[in-house]
Design a protein around this ligand. Structure first.
Ligand code: SF4
Length: 281
């Protein structure tokens, strides 16, 4: 998504999605064991005055502030630490700041009133990442994320509260969640729950995530390993022909589900470099 600023209240994510592209970010903290990403989460100390200052600067720039562009801002720790809520409260003191929040968690519904208040004054979107409606598969792929139906219920609650929501159908996982029926089900359910738009992307396997995910596949879906190795031969991106096929499929299904226009997750070429808000931790 094109955005100018990012705020990631947590480093690491307890939800532990097997395909999470942010796993490598723990290496910057000297955590080289990829499991530590979900086992040791760093909580940032969001000092309210500093947040208001930074958010006011973001507002002046006119660029979007993406909350949770790397790790989930409503992961379980948020119920205890409330850092994301403090960021939103600070945003209320910088009216006009544009916010985009991405999550897999139903906990975001806790902040429905605050988000609705922000949405009345500015541009706000809460983007729900949902890869499948198959609860068993979701539990294997996203072991500590709330069930897909709970995310949809949160989406419905926010929509009713007046908060714009979107479906982030990503990643689309080759041979696991790329089938027509499964994709149609996710798009239809999100549209019913009030999602105003949908974006999608095929799985990106950057170094760090690639090894981790292939180990997971070997343990849980060994028959898929050769197919993945062929699809991602020497690249973090799936083969071009496969990506084109899946994108066309999702675009067609999104249109059938009455999502407006065709959108996929691409940063615009001239989007400015993102800027991390200063949070002391
Ligand atoms: S919820 Fe998001 S940040 Fe957390 S592990 Fe899953 S993909 Fe990564």
């Amino acid at each position: 998504m094109p955005f100018g600023w990012t705020a990631n209240p947590y480093r690491g994510c307890e939800m532990g999605c097997r395909y999470c592209y942010a796993r490598y970010t723990h290496e910057f903290l000297g955590e080289n064991n990829p499991w530590q990403f979900e086992r040791r989460v760093y909580v940032k100390n969001a000092e309210p005055a500093a947040l208001v200052t930074e958010l006011t600067r973001a507002r002046r720039s006119g660029l979007l502030v993406a909350i949770g562009a790397a790790t989930d801002p409503y992961q379980p720790g948020e119920a205890r630490f409330g850092v994301t809520r403090r960021v939103l409260e600070a945003a209320r003191a910088a009216p006009g700041v544009r916010l985009s929040i991405t999550t897999k968690s139903a906990l975001v519904a806790r902040d429905a009133g605050l988000l609705a208040d922000l949405a009345r004054r500015s541009e706000v979107s809460v983007n729900f990442s949902i890869t499948t409606l198959d609860t068993g598969l979701a539990r294997r792929l996203e072991p500590r994320a709330p069930r897909p139906d709970l995310r949809l219920a949160a989406m419905r609650a926010l929509t009713r509260a007046g908060v714009p929501t979107a479906l982030f159908l990503m990643p689309v996982l080759p041979y696991l969640t790329d089938d027509e029926a499964g994709l149609r089900a996710v798009l239809g359910a999100a549209r019913d729950a009030g999602a105003g738009s949908a974006v999608w992307n095929v799985l990106f396997l950057r170094a760090g995530t690639r090894e981790f995910f292939l180990e997971f596949l070997a343990a849980e879906f060994p028959g898929l390993v050769p197919g993945y190795r062929g699809l991602y031969a020497g690249s973090a991106y799936a083969a071009r022909a496969y990506v084109a096929r899946v994108e066309a499929r999702v675009a067609r299904l999104a249109e059938a589900a009455a999502f407006p226009g065709r959108r996929r997750c691409d940063r615009t070429p001239d989007a400015p470099a993102d800027r991390q808000l200063t949070l002391v931790w």
